[in-house]
Ligand binder design. Structure first.
Ligand SMILES: *Cc1c(COP(=O)(O)O)cnc(C)c1O
Length: 372
C-alpha cells in the first residue's frame, strides 16, 4: 500500500459538484436586477429588521442553542409540539442533518430529476448513493419515485413546490407516496415555498405534509424564513418530525447554528401576517401575469412550467435558446438562473420580482424573441 503524500478527501466528497449560488452581478461586474435566487422582492417585514438592529447590543453573547423563542413562536403559529422542532442555519442545514442522521455509505437517497441541488450534495457528503427518479414533464412523478425504492433506500427528498421547476404534487399524491413507502424510509418534504401555494380549497393550499409529520414516524417537513419571510441573509430554517427523528438530528447539529439576530428577526417576521398576505397576493398576481406573457411567446418555442412558487421555469424549445436569452437578459440588466449543471441547459428559472422588475424582464425577453 502506498502512503499518500497529502491528506486525501474521501472519494465521495470529490464526487460532489459544488453548489452554484444565484449571481448578483453581471460578467462585467454591473449590479443589475437579481431574479436568480428566489428572494422576496418586497424585502423584509419592518419588525424583523428592527429586531435584527436591536440584537446589535448583544454581539458578545452566544445565541440560545435551543432556539427556544423560535420554536415557541412556530409551535404557537402552526399548532405544533415545540419539542419536535429542529432548526438550523437555513433549511439547507436541516436537509443536511436529515441525510447525515439517516444515510451513509451503501445507502440510497432518492430525489427527482430537476430536484433541488442541495439533495445530491447532502447525500454525497455522507457517502450515500444518490438515486434520481425521472420527472413527468418536469413535475414530480410519484410512481417513478416509488419504482426506485429498494432495501437500501433510507431517505426520499421531495420539494413541494419543487425548485427549480415550481411544480406541485397535490395532497392525494403525497399521501399515496407516503402510504407506499417502506417504514424504514424517511420522507423529507421540503416546504421552502409552501407559503406561495395558491388555491381555493384548503386542500389545494396544503399537501398534507405537516399533518403527516405530526402523526407518522417517518416524515420530516422542512421550512424556511428565507423566501416568503424575506430573511435569506439570516439563515433560519426549521423542520418538524416524530421525536426520534428530531433526537437523531440534534446529535449532529452545530450547537449555535441560529444567530441571536436571526432568532429575534424570525419571531418578529412570524408575527407580521399582513406582510405575508401581501407578498403572497403580489406573487400570485405577477406569477400569473408573467406566465401569461410567456404563453404569448409560445410560437417562438417558449413555455412556462406551471408554478406554485415564487419563480417560473421557462423552457426554450425554439430558435431563441436559453443560453442566448440568459446572456441577453444580463445585457438588459436582469440576472436570472440558467441551470445547465442541473440538466436544464434549455431552461431559465426567473424569480417573480416587483411589478416593474417583472414587467421589465418580460419586455426584455420579448425583445430577444423578436430579435432572434
Ligand atoms: C431556497 C430553498 C431552500 C432553503 O433555503 P434556506 O435559505 O437554506 O432555508 C430549501 N429548499 C428549497 C427547495 C429551496 O428552494
Amino acid at each position: 500500500m502506498t502512503i499518500a503524500t497529502a491528506p486525501q478527501p474521501k472519494s465521495w466528497i470529490m464526487d460532489i459538484a459544488p453548489y452554484i449560488p444565484g449571481r448578483s452581478t453581471t460578467d462585467d461586474g454591473r449590479k443589475v436586477v437579481k431574479l436568480s435566487s428566489n428572494e422576496n422582492p418586497l424585502g423584509t417585514p419592518a419588525a424583523a429588521r428592527q429586531a435584527f438592529i436591536d440584537a446589535a447590543t448583544s454581539l458578545e453573547r452566544y445565541p440560545d442553542a435551543s432556539g427556544s423563542i423560535v420554536r415557541e413562536a412556530l409551535a404557537e403559529k402552526h399548532g405544533l409540539d415545540p419539542a419536535r422542532i429542529i432548526y438550523g442555519n437555513g433549511s439547507d442545514e436541516v436537509l443536511h442533518l436529515a441525510a447525515g442522521a439517516f444515510a451513509g455509505p451503501g445507502d440510497e437517497v432518492i430525489f427527482v430529476r430537476f430536484g433541488f441541488a442541495v439533495y445530491e450534495i447532502a447525500a454525497r457528503r455522507v457517502g450515500a448513493t444518490p438515486v434520481i427518479a425521472p420527472d413527468k414533464d418536469y413535475a414530480t412523478d410519484i410512481d417513478a419515485v416509488l419504482a426506485h425504492v429498494t432495501d437500501r433506500t433510507r431517505v426520499v427528498f421531495i420539494a413541494n413546490p419543487n425548485n427549480p421547476t415550481g411544480t406541485y404534487a397535490a395532497k392525494d399524491e403525497i399521501a399515496r407516496l407516503h402510504a407506499a413507502l417502506p417504514a424504514h424510509v424517511l420522507l423529507v418534504l421540503d416546504h421552502a415555498y409552501a407559503e406561495y401555494i395558491d388555491g381555493n380549497a384548503q386542500d389545494a393550499k396544503d399537501d398534507g405534509g405537516m399533518a403527516l409529520a405530526a402523526s407518522a414516524p417517518n416524515v420530516l417537513v422542512t421550512r424556511t424564513f428565507s423566501k416568503m419571510y424575506g430573511l435569506a441573509a439570516e439563515r433560519i430554517g426549521w423542520g418538524y418530525a416524530a421525536a426520534p427523528i428530531i433526537d437523531a438530528m440534534h446529535r449532529i447539529r452545530l450547537p449555535f447554528s441560529m444567530t441571536i439576530a436571526g432568532q429575534h428577526a424570525a419571531v418578529a417576521a412570524l408575527g407580521d401576517t399582513a406582510f405575508v398576505d401581501h407578498a403572497r397576493a403580489h406573487n400570485a398576481q405577477w406569477r400569473r401575469w408573467f406566465s401569461d406573457e410567456i404563453a404569448k411567446m409560445g410560437n417562438a418555442g417558449l413555455r412556462a412550467i406551471p408554478s406554485q412558487a415564487n419563480f417560473v421555469l421557462v423552457i426554450f424549445e425554439g430558435k431563441l435558446t436559453a443560453e442566448v436569452a440568459y446572456k441577453g437578459l444580463m445585457d438588459a440588466g436582469y440576472i436570472v438562473r440558467w441551470l445547465p449543471g442541473q440538466g436544464l441547459p434549455h431552461g431559465l428559472r426567473i424569480t417573480i420580482g416587483t411589478a416593474d422588475e417583472t414587467q421589465g424582464v418580460a419586455a426584455a425577453l420579448r425583445a430577444l424573441v423578436e430579435g432572434a
